[in-house]
Structures are given as structure tokens and as C-alpha cells.
Design a protein around this ligand. Structure first.
Ligand code: HEC
Ligand code: HEC
Ligand code: HEC
Ligand code: HEC
Ligand code: HEC
Ligand code: HEC
Length: 493
């Protein structure tokens, strides 16, 4: 290259022979390199963070565009100088290796370019790992994801990365997750996200999430479970129920194919339609047996046929929907703290006061904590034990109430059981039957899912009957009034 060649030739490839355009080339090359690297890591990784898409498809291309723009800018700038008869813009690029200055510049430029490429590679790699991490999902969007992050930390799945459960299978899951990630970031930056965050519209496909770690047909058999509750009376009367939960299993080699885990064992399929976003109302259920026989159950009011796209196949998350993010109801959280000795049951009315303190209306956590202390202190003046009650109730509040996101047990129903929410009774309420009314959806009696083996307190609780006994409701006036426990029990005061 020499000056004579370029002078008076403002357009064409030679127009890029200037430092600005060259810097643009390096930037664009770096960005393209990062893009390829991110894309490859992402593909290889299989399950990846939805937010990585922002780097791969937004940030890297943005740098690429900047690089290209810089190239063009250099070209324009040089053409302007040339038009004015000032070839100076290009002179610096008339590289003559016999000149020390040019040699030095070239070496500097080459080293700079190499370092830049290296940084973009290392940067992409680190960004990839960061965007995969729990810290990124749970803490970067601090306010928005705080409820899910805090409840996750308290769950059995605290060591399972968010992306393990939240990115669906195959290319469609990948692309959907990327698009969602970009969409969510924009919504977060603009502050126009939903409070509380909605339950995912496409529930997680459990065959590729849960079943990576859990076998669907494993025989769990009868599990012994103990539920300890207290009444809201002066003495906080304890009331315990012990039961054999018929979880069963689906592998005939290990035991009879039956019980609660029968739903998701292989051979048959259960489909349903929910008429609300939180899937609390299920008026239509279809059972396709192993031999292909189809049975449809519906409630009396539901007379139309469901739209095919509204039909969902039942999986683990239709019962275990709170396996990673449980927002315990205040009643249950307080009962658990009392049973664990963290709240002294000897304090008169402590259960009802603790629940009332938890369920006040607040704008912020700070306000909530202050009101808890204030209201409990007002109930127990001159009582030394109140300090520990306040501390425990405040701990419960911090872990399960998120006023800024309006997230607490009311926003996120738990589908296991049937006490505070419809849960199993969304289908097993005895009101789902075939259109000709000849067959009801089964397993709707009190002993079909569990057997109560002991209940009450003291001596009565010590008497175990393995054959099962009828449930004795602790509040005699409500005895046998309504099998739908959740019409009275809402989890709150
Ligand atoms: C063990 C699997 C699992 C892990 C790990 C997990 N989640 Fe979830 N997540 C779920 C399930 C199941 C739901 C509810 C889906 C449903 O009801 O259809 C959910 C729901 C959500 C929701 C919607 C709001 C709600 O509570 O229903 C958000 C937001 C969320 N998760 C964020 C996260 C974040 C952030 C992490 C990591 C800190 C994480 N999740 C880890 C399984 C998981
Ligand atoms: C990466 C592996 C992994 C994935 C994915 C996973 N789990 Fe788990 N799960 C575990 C581990 C580990 C435990 C804890 C076992 C223990 O502590 O004994 C556990 C415990 C459980 C338990 C019993 C404890 C409890 O909280 O009730 C349930 C139920 C459960 N998982 C359901 C699910 C469901 C539903 C999904 C899919 C949304 C899922 N798991 C996804 C590994 C996983
Ligand atoms: C029809 C509702 C329902 C479905 C569907 C369901 N489960 Fe469960 N599962 C339960 C109940 C109820 C329990 C017992 C809960 C308890 O311990 O209080 C349970 C217990 C468990 C446990 C703990 C069992 C043990 O041995 O300690 C695991 C793990 C589990 N389920 C995983 C799964 C997985 C994975 C799937 C999907 C393949 C699934 N469940 C589908 C209702 C269900
Ligand atoms: C989406 C509807 C739906 C939900 C929700 C549901 N089930 Fe079922 N369940 C069914 C259907 C359908 C059958 C088959 C009934 C029949 O053949 O009559 C069934 C059967 C059963 C059986 C008998 C299995 C056997 O053959 O041994 C048990 C036990 C059971 N369910 C327990 C539960 C429990 C516990 C829950 C809640 C944790 C629950 N179900 C939630 C639809 C549902
Ligand atoms: C379709 C299955 C099913 C039927 C039918 C059923 N239950 Fe349950 N029940 C469950 C499951 C599952 C749990 C455990 C929930 C959990 O693990 O938190 C439960 C829990 C309970 C508890 C303990 C709740 C607590 O927190 O103290 C009582 C009491 C109870 N059932 C009573 C009854 C009575 C009474 C009937 C009959 C009107 C009945 N159940 C019918 C599935 C069923
Ligand atoms: C007509 C309303 C009503 C119905 C229906 C009802 N309960 Fe209750 N239940 C009450 C009242 C009121 C109390 C006393 C609450 C208190 O003292 O705080 C109570 C107390 C309890 C308690 C002990 C305290 C607590 O809050 O846990 C349990 C356990 C219980 N009920 C289980 C059930 C189950 C299971 C069902 C469904 C089979 C059911 N109840 C149906 C009104 C009802």
C-alpha cells in the first residue's frame, strides 16, 4: 500500500483503510466471535438460562452492529477528507514495515486486537456461567424474583439450579425460554411486570424436569404422616392427625400399581381442563386406560366440549406444584413453629394472636415487621416471653410474605391435599361423573387416599388403629357439615 494508490480514490474497499474502520473490524470480529462462542456453549449445555439469550441475541449483535457502523464511519470520514483534498486520513494506514513508527503501531494494534478478542471470549464464557447460576435468576432481578428465590432456598430443591426445572425440552423449549428471558428483562427494566408474578402459563413438562432425577413409577408405598395443629382457643388446644398416606407406585415389579402415584405411572393417561389461570377449578377429566378405553368425567354445570388446546395431561406438577416455592399458609406456619417449640403454646391465645399479627395489610416488609412487634407487644404487656414470639413470627413473615410483589399463600395455591385449597378435590369431590351418570370418578371417599391411624392428643393420640378410623373434626359444630374443608379453612385467620 502507498499513498499514491489511495489518494483520490475515496470509495471502494480501500476506503476502509483507516484506523477507525480497522477498530470497527476488530469490534465486529470480537462480537461475532462471542456470538459463536455463546451460541455453541448454549447448544452444548442443553439446559440453559433464558437470560443468556439476551447476551447471545441482543448484546453480541449490538456490538457487531457497532463494529460495522464504526467501519462505515471510518469510510465516510476518510471520503470526506479525500473530497476536501486532504488525504491525511489515510496516511496513517500507509503501512511501511521499514518505518519503525509503522512497525510499532502495527504491533500495538495486533496486540490490542488479540487482547480484545481474548477478553470477549473470556467475558462471554464468564457471562454464560453467571447467567446459568441461581444467583443470576434469583437475585439479579431482586424484587421480582425474591419470593421465588427465598421459598426455593427453603425447599428440598435448594441445590437444583432454576434452569433445571424452568427450561423445556428441545429447540422449542430453548427458543421459548430465550424469548421469555428477553421479554422478562425488558418488563423488569420498565417496571411493568405482574405483581404477583403469574404461575407459568405453560406448566413445566415434568417428564424432562422432575423425571431427570425422580422415577415416576417408583414404589413409595404407604407413608406415615403426622399433622399437628392447634385450635385458636385460650389454651391453644393441640390436635394431631396421624395417617397412612397411600402414595403407592407404578412399577408392577416392586408392588401393586395403585395409589396416589398411580396417576403418573405409565400405561394410562389422565387429561383435564381447568377454567381458571391458577387451575383451581377442573370441571372436565378424561381417563385413557392402558387398553385404550376412554372415560370422560364432568361436573353437572359443565356441558360444553373443551377446546383441544385447553386440554392438559396430568403430571407431577399438578400435585407437587409447590415443590420448589412453597408459600406456607399462616395457620400452618404458626402451627409448625408451635409444634417445634419455637412459639410457646402455654401463652394464652398465642396461636390466634400470632396469625392475626402475620395477616395485617402492609406495603413493605419493614412495615410488616414493625406491625407484628407492635400488635404482639400490645397483647402481652409485662410478659417476658413475647420477645421470642415476636422474633419467630417475624421470621415466618420474612420467609413467606412479600408485600412488594403481593406474593404470599393467597397468590399461590398448593395442590397437594385438600384442607386449605381444593387440591385433590378439584377432581375427587364425588361430583365428577360420566355424562350418562353411570360412573363416578373414583377414589373420593375419606379412606381411598389415606387411613387415619390416630388422632386428637394425649391418650387418644397414643391409640393407633392400623385399620383406620373416621376423622373426628376438632370443632364439633363443624362435624360432618361439609367435606369441602377449604370452604371454611382458608389458611388464614
Ligand atoms: C424443582 C424444580 C424447580 C426449581 C429448581 C425452581 N422452580 Fe420455579 N417453579 C417450579 C414449579 C413447579 C412452579 C409452578 C408451576 C405451576 O404451577 O405450573 C414454579 C414457578 C415459578 C415462578 C412463577 C411464580 C410461582 O411461584 O408460581 C417463578 C417466577 C419461578 N418459579 C422462578 C424460579 C427461580 C428464580 C428459581 C431459582 C432460584 C426456580 N424457580 C427454581 C419448579 C422449580
Ligand atoms: C436435579 C435433580 C432434581 C430435580 C430436577 C427435581 N428433584 Fe425433586 N428432589 C431432588 C432431591 C435431591 C430431593 C431431596 C431428597 C431428600 O432430601 O431426601 C428431592 C425431593 C423431592 C420431593 C420430596 C420432598 C418434598 O419437598 O416434598 C418431592 C415431592 C420432589 N422432589 C418432587 C419433584 C418435582 C415435582 C420435580 C419437578 C418439578 C422435581 N422434584 C425435580 C432432586 C431433584
Ligand atoms: C396425584 C397427585 C400426585 C402426583 C401426580 C405425583 N405425586 Fe408425588 N406425592 C404425592 C403425595 C400426596 C405425596 C406424599 C406427600 C407427603 O409426603 O405429604 C407424594 C410424595 C412424593 C415424593 C416423596 C416420596 C417419598 O418416598 O418420600 C416424591 C419424591 C414425589 N412424590 C415425586 C413425584 C414425581 C417425580 C411425580 C411425577 C412423576 C409425582 N410425585 C407425581 C402426590 C402426587
Ligand atoms: C385432574 C384430576 C385429578 C386430580 C387433580 C387428582 N386426581 Fe386422583 N385420580 C384421577 C382420576 C381420573 C382417577 C381414576 C379414577 C377412576 O378410575 O374412577 C384417579 C385415581 C386416584 C386414586 C386411585 C388410584 C388407584 O387405582 O389405586 C387415588 C388414590 C387418587 N386418585 C388420589 C389423588 C390424590 C391424593 C390427589 C391429590 C394430591 C389426586 N388424586 C388428584 C384424577 C385426578
Ligand atoms: C383424593 C384423595 C383424598 C381424599 C378422597 C381425602 N383426602 Fe384427606 N388428604 C389427602 C392428602 C393427599 C392429604 C395430605 C396433604 C399433605 O401432604 O399436606 C390429606 C390430608 C388430610 C388431613 C390432614 C390435613 C392437615 O393438614 O391436618 C385430614 C384431616 C384429612 N385429609 C381428612 C380427610 C377426610 C375427612 C376425608 C373425607 C371427607 C378426606 N381426607 C378425603 C387426600 C385425600
Ligand atoms: C363448616 C366449616 C368447617 C369445615 C367444612 C371444616 N372445618 Fe375444620 N375447623 C373449622 C373450625 C371453625 C375449626 C377451629 C379453628 C380454630 O380453632 O382456629 C376447625 C379446626 C380444624 C383443625 C384443627 C385446627 C386447624 O386449623 O388446623 C383441623 C385439622 C381441621 N379443622 C380439619 C378439617 C378437615 C380435614 C376438614 C375437611 C374434611 C375440615 N376441617 C372441614 C371449621 C370447618
Amino acid at each position: 500500500m502507498n499513498n499514491d494508490q489511495t489518494r483520490g480514490e475515496p470509495s471502494g474497499a480501500a476506503g476502509f483503510h483507516n484506523w477507525i474502520s480497522l477498530a470497527g473490524v476488530v469490534l465486529a470480529a470480537g462480537a461475532f466471535f462471542s456470538f459463536l462462542l455463546l451460541f455453541a456453549m448454549d447448544m452444548r449445555g442443553g439446559s440453559s438460562s433464558p437470560y443468556l439469550g439476551i447476551l447471545t441475541f441482543v448484546v453480541a449483535p449490538a456490538f457487531l452492529i457497532c463494529g460495522l457502523a464504526l467501519m462505515g464511519l471510518g469510510w465516510l470520514w476518510r471520503r470526506r477528507l479525500e473530497r476536501r483534498g486532504q488525504p491525511g486520513g489515510s496516511r496513517s494506514l500507509a503501512i511501511d514495515l521499514s518505518r519503525p513508527r509503522d512497525r510499532r503501531n502495527l504491533v500495538l494494534f495486533a496486540v490490542g486486537a488479540a487482547v480484545f478478542l481474548l477478553f470477549s471470549a473470556v467475558g462471554s464464557y464468564r457471562a454464560f456461567h453467571f447467567s446459568e447460576s441461581v444467583a443470576f435468576c434469583g437475585q439479579t432481578c431482586h424484587t421480582v424474583m425474591e419470593p421465588e428465590h427465598v421459598t426455593y432456598t427453603a425447599s428440598s430443591h435448594a441445590e437444583v439450579a432454576c434452569t433445571k426445572c424452568h427450561v423445556g425440552p428441545g429447540p422449542s423449549g430453548y427458543i421459548r425460554a430465550k424469548l421469555n428471558g428477553v421479554h422478562q428483562l425488558v418488563a423488569t427494566l420498565r417496571g411493568n411486570y405482574e405483581r404477583p408474578v403469574k404461575v407459568p402459563p405453560h406448566p413445566l413438562p415434568s417428564e424432562v424436569t422432575c423425571q431427570k432425577c425422580h422415577r415416576s413409577d417408583r414404589q413409595a408405598g404407604d407413608l406415615v404422616r403426622t399433622y399437628t395443629h392447634y385450635l385458636s382457643d385460650e389454651t391453644n388446644t393441640v390436635n394431631t392427625v396421624r395417617m397412612l398416606l397411600n402414595v403407592g407406585g407404578g412399577d408392577p415389579a416392586e408392588g401393586p400399581v395403585r395409589g396416589i402415584h398411580w396417576h403418573t405411572s405409565s400405561g394410562h393417561r389422565i387429561e383435564y381442563v381447568a377454567t381458571d389461570a391458577r387451575q383451581l377449578v377442573i370441571p372436565w377429566v378424561r381417563l385413557t386406560a392402558a387398553d385404550g378405553k376412554v372415560t370422560e368425567f364432568r361436573t353437572a354445570k359443565y356441558t360444553n366440549d373443551p377446546a383441544p388446546e385447553a386440554i392438559r395431561t396430568m403430571d407431577c406438577n399438578d400435585c407437587h406444584n409447590r415443590s420448589a416455592h412453597s408459600f406456607p399458609a399462616p395457620n400452618d406456619a404458626v402451627d409448625r413453629a408451635m409444634a417445634a417449640g419455637r412459639i410457646d403454646p402455654a401463652l394464652p391465645f398465642v396461636r390466634s394472636h400470632a396469625i392475626a399479627a402475620l395477616t395485617q395489610t402492609n406495603e413493605t416488609v419493614a412495615e410488616g415487621l414493625e406491625k407484628i412487634a407492635g400488635s404482639l407487644r400490645a397483647q402481652y404487656t409485662n410478659e417476658a416471653r413475647v420477645a421470642s414470639v415476636i422474633a419467630e413470627v417475624q421470621r415466618i413473615y420474612t420467609n413467606s410474605f412479600f408485600p412488594r410483589m403481593q406474593a404470599d399463600w393467597r397468590a399461590y395455591p398448593d395442590h397437594i391435599g385438600h384442607k386449605n385449597w381444593a387440591g385433590c378435590f378439584r377432581c375427587h369431590d364425588g361430583r365428577h361423573q360420566t355424562a350418562d351418570k353411570t360412573r363416578k370418578l373414583g377414589a373420593s371417599g375419606c379412606n381411598d387416599c389415606h387411613k387415619i391411624i390416630a388422632q386428637g392428643s394425649g391418650e387418644s393420640l397414643a391409640k393407633v388403629e392400623w385399620g383406620g378410623m373416621a376423622f373426628v373434626h376438632p370443632e364439633p359444630s363443624s362435624e360432618g357439615s361439609d367435606p369441602d374443608c377449604f370452604t371454611c379453612h382458608t389458611g388464614g385467620p
